[in-house]
Design a protein. Structure first.
Length: 338
């Protein structure tokens, strides 16, 4: 795929098998799970700031940074300091308020997940900048914290605004995709493998596979919208009639459960017989079987227009037999649920 300039974070989620569906799509988890790498990097950044303040005998700020470090280490999402909470001059507020807005834009657009290290560094440096601006006299420290913030935010922004391709597991766990730009390619052939393209003229940049929780955090709304993979069922019948076998009665419950999980199902019901009896009689019997299963599905509240009923009589055998042979595996109704 060609990388194009995007104004949002995520431009592509590539499924491993479009026909096999998304059996491996991660279930939505908490954002704390998705942001775990960020929090793991943020805690020591705050610890370093706490230790630095303690060396200067600034116990209050050391305690404040320490609390933030402990919260991050415990898995609590810590937001950047709000400058309005501090006693700042108007010029300082004019610098810090838009800077925080820029930081939040990167963090909430996937920076915490895709660039956890630089995003954590940017947040800690921003809080350092706010704290130093409030004190207002250590100009070298103000400059250092601001410069660290600008550098880290720039690095995180490049990653967060890159075109992202993630390979999700398919129904059989297999699949691959090749990401192409004008100057290179990258093959993704492992579940949750990811590629980033920040410049269409540059080769794709590989990164470690994303954790399922991270994929859920990035693509939560899109993943919820992905329909379940198509399912197929086969129900088998007693000879000469429309009575299901005992085993197929149990399978019928699985079919109903599958249909119920779909918001707008599309169902095909296809009747078959073995070759015992005449072809004309078998055509009628196969249709009777299919219509009977269709009626059971309608009884679950599925509208008739969502169910297509067909009959192939004895013409589409699962097991090839001569005419006149009763074969249990051919006495069936196949159901495809989409």
């Amino acid at each position: 795929m060609n990388a194009a300039t995007k104004s949002w974070l995520v431009s592509a989620v590539v499924l491993a098998s479009a026909l096999g569906g998304c059996a491996g799509v991660p279930t939505p988890g908490s954002m704390e799970d998705a942001d775990q790498e960020f929090l793991t990097a943020l805690a020591p950044a705050y610890e370093a700031l706490s230790a630095d303040e303690a060396r200067q005998y600034d116990w209050l700020d050391s305690w404040w940074y320490g609390r933030r470090a402990s919260a991050a280490a415990a898995g609590t999402l810590v937001e950047p300091e709000d400058p309005s909470n501090r006693d700042l001059t108007e010029p300082a507020l004019q610098r810090l308020v838009p800077a925080r807005a820029n930081l939040m834009s990167v963090l909430v657009s996937g920076g915490r997940i895709l660039a956890p290290g630089s995003s954590a560094w940017a947040q800690a440096a921003f809080d350092c900048w706010v704290e130093q601006e409030e004190e207002g006299w250590q100009t070298a420290d103000i400059d250092r914290c601001r410069n660290d913030f600008v550098q880290a935010l720039g690095e995180a922004r490049v990653v967060a605004r890159s075109e992202l391709t993630v390979l999700l597991p398919g129904g059989n766990g297999a699949g691959a995709i090749v990401v192409r730009t004008g100057s290179g390619t990258q093959a993704l052939d492992q579940p949750y493998a990811a590629s980033l393209v920040s410049d269409p003229a540059a080769p794709p940049a590989g990164r470690a596979p994303l954790a399922p929780a991270a994929v859920s955090g990035l693509f939560g709304a899109a993943l919820v919208a992905v329909p379940p993979a198509p399912s197929s069922f086969a129900l088998y019948f007693q000879a000469g009639g429309s009575e299901l076998t005992e085993e197929s009665k149990a399978t019928l419950a699985d079919l109903v459960a599958d249909i119920r999980q779909r918001r707008i199902p599309d169902i095909s019901v296809i009747g078959h017989t073995d070759r015992a009896g005449t072809a004309t009689a078998n055509e009628r019997l196969a249709r009777t079987r299919a219509e009977g299963i269709g009626a059971l599905i309608q009884a679950e509240g599925i509208p008739a227009e969502a169910i297509e009923v067909k009959s192939f009589g004895e013409t589409d055998m699962l097991v090839r037999t001569p005419d006149g042979v009763a074969e249990p595996r051919n006495r069936r109704v196949e159901i495809l649920v989409r």
